[in-house]
Design a protein around this ligand. Structure first.
Ligand SMILES: Nc1ncnc2c1ncn2[C@@H]1O[C@H](COP(=O)(O)OP(=O)(O)OP(=O)(O)O)[C@@H](O)[C@H]1O
Ligand SMILES: [Mg+2]
Length: 254
């Protein structure tokens, strides 16, 4: 199955708040290719259109120029299932962890009883065993994030769109989550497009880092990250890592 993402000459203008015809150019001539099973991060200034880009890829917004292909399908014309995690974790406070996680199964009218049995190994792998019946407010920030990721993972589709999933976490928890995400990804693989503001995080996790300009956002650089997998924390201390970082900072400054 082809789970690549190809974006060609994408332009997007939002209507302004006054509906007076003045629009806000958000994305300008965006071209981007993500190979199947590749892990690609997007870095760019706040408001440059990163979340908008994910929304278009997910097919939630269709009023744009240019083309998006997920494999051979165009989400503008055909619903293509993707795993999409919004900028906020959006767990439902009244539901237990387990029933939050199983929401995608419930939405597609799947066999919940079967899913409840089959999900146990994944619950453990995502570090949530023993907390199935806890409500989101009874979980730690990192656990909520992992629950939201597991729910995203259970959505149909071989393409994962993750919008700053770790932004709200403290540094130690964030490092743990990064290590855990690389290990889960190295094992299960899916195509991942990962939005972040954290340069180290982008380099550490990715096969490729895409840098966007100020709004209207466009791709101003792509840096291939040539570190072996499985990734090791120590690589952060190497000169190659600093070179990547320097390169990215220069692009973001330009
Ligand atoms: N529904 C909308 N209607 C009009 N303008 C919008 C809408 N959604 C977003 N925008 C505008 O589009 C621009 C890009 O927003 P977007 O959320 O894509 O940025 P972002 O790169 O994800 O920023 P951040 O890093 O802060 O999350 C912003 O200026 C925002 O005000
Ligand atoms: Mg955003």
């Amino acid at each position: 199955m082809d789970n690549s993402i190809r974006i060609k000459e994408l332009n997007m203008v939002y209507n302004g708040p006054d509906d007076d015809g003045t629009g806000l150019g958000v994305l300008q001539n965006v071209n981007l290719e993500v190979q199947g099973n590749e892990f690609v991060s997007i870095l760019g200034p706040s408001g440059c259109g990163k979340s908008t880009l994910l929304k278009l890829i997910a097919g939630l917004e269709k009023d744009y120029d240019g083309d998006i292909y997920l494999g051979n399908d165009n989400p503008r014309y055909k619903r293509v299932p993707v795993c999409y995690m919004l900028q906020k974790d959006c767990l439902m406070p009244w539901r237990s962890l387990l029933s939050n996680v199983l929401l995608p199964i419930e939405i597609k009218n799947g066999d919940l009883k079967k899913a409840r049995n089959e999900i146990q190994p994944l619950i453990a792998e995502f570090g949530l065993a023993g907390f199935e019946n806890y409500k989101p407010r009874q979980l730690s920030g990192g656990m909520r994030q992992r629950a939201a990721l597991l729910r995203t993972y259970l959505m149909d589709g071989e393409i994962m769109l993750l919008d700053e999933p770790f932004a709200a976490l403290d540094e130690i928890t964030r490092m743990q989550m990064q290590d855990w995400l690389t290990s889960v990804w190295e094992k299960h693989k899916k195509t991942v497009l990962f939005v972040t503001h954290d340069i180290d995080e982008a380099i550490y996790l990715s096969d490729k880092v895409v840098v966007m300009s100020e709004r209207p956002g466009t791709v101003i650089g792509e840096i291939k990250i040539d570190f072996q997998r499985p990734r090791k924390r120590e690589m952060i201390l190497t000169s190659r890592f600093s070179d990547y970082k320097k390169n990215i900072i220069e692009l973001l400054r330009a």
